[in-house]
Design a protein. Structure first.
Length: 254
């Protein structure tokens, strides 16, 4: 299974870097999100605040690419007629789908670098990372947590034919619930506890605190802990939705 996962991860990463849609999209969205963050905060906010906003934009891109890519990948498999072969393979479905999510989260590093580079070149936002070791660990934790959260969403995509559109609908609710678009001070109080269960919340906190040289390790630990929890939830969810898809004969329908 490790070999199947590693092979799937390599193939998915190669597909991403060779896809004009993904490469162009990853060039455009970092520019859009970083520009919006700068224009909302303004130059008077200070370099540290602007850099933190750039990190938030990068986390948004990472989640967006995971959830959109999950839906698009499954729709594409349906159109090619290979989804039934994937579901019917002896390798567990979670091993075959998880490389898709993790690969797209890794691809988000490209968006992170472009976001920081655009902020530096276009708006003069300095690269303020005080603890590089913690920052790298935060990036790894963020990738794993967001990727495995996407795996839970992908379990429902096996059942529904309009997977891509369902992925689109899950983008902005997560952005808002995690406080990446609006601060929690202007959001309903009940959204605060909801954000504790979402990976982008802890991924952003870990990145921001590592960059500021504070105490990111509890947040990094939460990212890895949530990755395990998400995986434990995704495995039975995939089994249940796979059974329902077989029962309803909706795997092949596009």
């Amino acid at each position: 299974m490790i070999r199947a996962f590693a092979s799937g991860l390599r193939v998915d990463l190669l597909q991403l870097v060779r896809s004009p849609f993904d490469m162009v999209g990853m060039l455009v969205w970092p520019v859009v999100f970083a520009s919006i963050a700068y224009l909302l905060l303004g130059s008077a906010s200070g370099g540290r605040t602007l850099f933190s906003a750039s990190l938030g934009a990068a986390v948004m891109i990472m989640w967006g690419w995971v959830i959109l890519g999950a839906g698009f990948a499954l729709d594409n498999q349906r159109e090619l007629g290979t989804l039934e072969l994937i579901v019917g393979a002896p390798t567990p479905l979670v091993v075959l789908l998880s490389p898709v999510m993790i690969a797209r989260a890794i691809f988000g590093i490209y968006g992170l670098l472009l976001t920081l580079a655009w902020g530096r070149v276009a708006f003069g936002i300095p690269l303020l990372i005080d603890d590089w070791a913690a920052f790298v660990a935060a990036v790894v934790g963020c990738i794993l947590a967001i990727g495995t959260l996407g795996l839970i969403a992908a379990s429902t995509f096996v059942l529904y034919r309009a997977a891509f559109y369902l992925g689109v609908s899950l983008q902005y609710p997560v952005y808002i619930a995690c406080g990446l678009i609006l601060p929690f001070s202007v959001l309903p109080a009940w959204l605060g506890p909801v954000s504790w269960f979402l990976a982008p919340t802890w991924g952003f906190r870990a990145l921001a605190e590592a960059a500021a040289g504070q105490t990111p390790w509890p947040d990094i630990g939460m990212c890895f802990a949530l990755s395990v929890v998400y995986l434990l939830i995704a495995i039975p969810c995939l089994a249940v939705f796979e059974h329902l898809a077989r029962d309803r004969a909706t795997l092949k329908l596009a």
